[in-house]
Design a protein around this ligand. Structure first.
Ligand SMILES: [Zn+2]
Length: 339
């Protein structure tokens, strides 16, 4: 029986109703960071749902609580010489745009998504144009929908997973989507470049971003290779093999990187975590049956099972056995729940 997690003191206007289990290392990190660190900047009069943590002179990690019962996501804001860049937009609760404008002094803003999952993209409607990798475009297009928030509520319009004031959700506005290729460089002015690095697997267009000035990799979500039906666009890019290929291209460049900032979890990790993740993908590809355990999670009322391969010094690579090989016939989908 898992113990209820120790609460983390917070002044946020949101309160989680459904809490994941306490992750023994990550939880301690988050508790100390959020309760005691002086990196935290909280401006409740602008956005009572977000905490900004200044991680570099010109870069903040922005924390919000998850609204769908899963892990709390990180967004990142880079204040470049002439332009700023926001990486991901969380759930679209509160005045994120106001917070970003305040932190950057109303600088021109480039908004990018690592991928289209709700915890990274439902706030896109606050902005006119969103950049993402070209393979993520069809998934992001689905977020151009005024009903994206419906699944957060029960039939009485009460939040299911996290308490918040529904009036604080942003108004829906369609946004323009611009797909760009692997290696695309965004110009924040005066030679300050941020490069998109395609790291598929978790989703087809999942991409990290390298801030070449700070020598940082914003790595997005890498460790969950979810079961995808065979008719999913770019099915081959939702596999452990696709992730391995992306990591293999990235590893020789890690000498240039000083810190890794993921979409969830602990900040400013050593770049060696990317090598350890690559090792886990290679072990799974060698023998998909050689997992450490099976994990069943409840997602929106239905149980979902996945294989779990531990990552050295890290968390775990979760994968569906049907999504290991991109050479596998995508028309064959076994039922992972039976394993
Ligand atoms: Zn994700």
């Amino acid at each position: 029986m898992e113990k209820a997690p120790r609460p983390i003191r917070s002044e946020l206007k949101s309160h989680r109703i459904v809490q994941e289990e306490e992750k023994p290392i990550r939880w301690s990190y988050m508790k100390i960071l959020r309760e005691h660190s002086d990196l935290k900047e909280f401006y409740p009069e602008i956005d009572p749902y977000a905490e900004a943590y200044r991680m570099r002179d010109n870069m903040w990690a922005i924390y919000t609580e998850s609204l769908d019962g899963a892990g709390d996501p990180w967004m990142y804001l880079i204040n470049g010489p002439e332009r700023a860049m926001l990486i991901d937009t969380s759930f679209g609760l509160g005045n994120l745009k106001g917070l970003v404008n305040y932190l950057t002094g109303n600088k021109e803003l480039i908004v990018v998504n690592t991928h289209a999952h709700p915890d990274h993209s439902m706030g896109n409607g606050q902005f006119e144009r969103i950049f993402c990798n070209e393979y993520e475009v069809p998934f992001l297009q689905k977020k151009n929908d005024p009903h994206i928030w419906d699944s957060l509520f029960n039939e009485n319009r009460q939040p299911l997973y996290t308490e918040f004031d529904p009036a604080d959700l942003i108004d829906f506005h369609p946004f323009e989507i611009k797909g760009v290729p692997d290696g695309y460089r965004f110009d924040l002015g005066q030679g300050y470049e941020v490069e998109l690095v395609h790291l598929p697997g978790h989703s087809a267009g999942m991409s990290g971003f390298i801030d070449h000035y700070n020598r940082i990799l914003f790595s997005g979500d890498l460790t969950g290779i979810l079961n995808k039906p065979a008719d999913t666009p770019y099915w081959r890019l939702h596999t452990v093999e696709a992730l391995r290929d992306g990591l293999r291209k990235l590893v020789p460049r890690l000498d240039h990187i000083e810190g890794v900032f993921p979409g969830h979890g602990m900040l400013d990790q050593s770049p060696v975590v990317i090598e350890y993740l690559l090792e886990a993908t290679e072990a799974v590809i060698k023998d998909p049956e050689n997992y450490d355990r099976i994990r069943t999670t409840m997602r929106r009322g239905t149980p979902r099972a996945s294989c779990v391969k531990y990552i050295y010094q890290g968390s775990a690579l979760r994968y569906s056995p049907d999504n290991v090989y991109y050479s596998q016939d995508p028309n064959i989908t076994a039922n992972t729940e039976e394993k």
